[in-house]
Design a binder for this molecule. Structure first.
Ligand SMILES: Nc1ncnc2c1ncn2[C@@H]1O[C@H](COP(=O)(O)OP(=O)(O)OP(=O)(O)O)[C@@H](O)[C@H]1O
Length: 325
């Protein structure tokens, strides 16, 4: 039987330990964040990246319209294997361009050249008429949001994983920003149903989150700041078709005024793109809208589309919403 003095003793000591314990928890979280940033920094240093800022780069350059242009671009990671052989195209600011083609054809490489993770061997990549080699990498990347094919998950909470997307802008996103981005990425409901909600930790490879959930957290990270240019590299490939359409719808609503470059294998997701580029043998073999490309007899895109339709009919799933063009 407990006496009142025992209760008083318990309450006093419990409140004395509670505060330090919560402090310890936040300290552990911060330490994990520092560790993650250090790992990323070390990876960057190890990569031996030779991309350098020019001495005469303008101060605080910013993307205005977001018009991207590739002019006769040649690129290879090593001299033995050319990836792009004279690629030229223009993405008007505020429009969406989709890039399709065989695996290993150079689609991701194009997005990496836009963000200048590598320099072209010949030709140029410009944004708003300015060569990306002539501006500071920090200025370039603060206006570009990349949602990569392989979702990078940090071993910290869901909130920090989404918030991290604002790091390049130098401004920390608010809880409201995190919430809004998660809603657009169709992951808010799933997060809210978890006992610890946004504070749920994600444990890297041992994560219990599905590939589709991780991908949506990744998309939320990409959407957290109003970047002018959005590069989506197979960003929704692990989602089921219904969720994918919802995410695409939210992206479309969110994309007003943004320049989007979308890489997609599932062609039903790019029906509404302003322009589709078909990459083959290091060059652009076909370009046009979905309607134009599917109207080309013996076209590469038409063949890709027909074969995806056949597979989906065979499996009894509806592959595409009807194009409204
Ligand atoms: N960092 C790298 N170092 C060397 N070669 C690379 C590197 N990244 C990609 N490659 C090679 O460059 C070529 C183009 O790769 P890229 O990832 O751009 O193709 P992709 O069209 O995006 O392919 P997928 O559809 O499979 O993602 C491939 O042959 C690939 O193996």
């Amino acid at each position: 039987e407990m006496k009142s003095t025992d209760v008083l003793f318990f309450v006093t000591h419990f409140s004395g330990t509670y505060r330090p314990l919560t402090y310890l928890a936040s300290l552990i979280r911060e330490t994990i964040q520092v560790y993650t940033h250090c790992q990323a920094l070390l990876r960057l240093i190890d990569s031996g990246n030779e991309v350098c800022d020019p001495d005469d780069a303008p101060a605080n350059w910013d993307i205005s319209e977001g018009t991207i242009e590739f002019k006769d671009v040649y690129f290879s990671y090593n001299s033995k294997h050319p990836v792009l052989n004279g690629v030229s195209f223009k993405v008007q600011g505020g429009t969406t361009t989709a890039i399709v083609g065989k695996t290993g054809g150079g689609k991701t490489t194009i997005t990496q050249l836009i963000a200048r993770f590598y320099d072209v061997n010949r030709g140029s990549v410009t944004i708003d008429g300015v060569d990306v080699r002539h501006v500071k990498q920090r200025d370039l990347r603060k206006s570009i949001s990349i949602v990569p094919q392989k979702a990078e998950i940090l071993p910290t909470t869901i909130r920090h994983n989404i918030q991290y997307g604002s790091a390049s802008t130098g401004m920390s996103a608010t809880p409201k920003d995190v919430h809004e981005a998660a809603c657009k990425a169709q992951i808010h409901q799933t997060i809210s149903s978890l006992p610890y909600g946004y504070e749920t930790p994600i444990h890297g490879k041992k994560s219990t989150f599905s590939g589709g959930e991780i991908q949506r957290i990744n998309i939320a990270r990409g959407l957290i700041q109003p970047h002018k240019v959005l590069l989506l590299d197979e960003a929704t490939s692990a989602l089921d078709m219904i969720t994918e359409r919802k995410v695409q719808g939210a992206l479309k609503g969110d994309n007003q005024g943004k320049t989007c470059v979308v890489i997609a294998h599932r062609l039903s997701t790019i029906i509404h793109a302003d322009q589709i580029l078909v990459l083959q043998d290091g060059g652009i073999a076909e370009r046009g809208t979905f309607a134009e490309l599917t109207a080309l007899p013996d076209g590469i895109f038409k063949e890709m589309w027909d074969s995806q339709m056949r597979i989906s009919e065979g499996s009894g799933t509806s592959v595409a919403p009807k194009p409204t063009m």
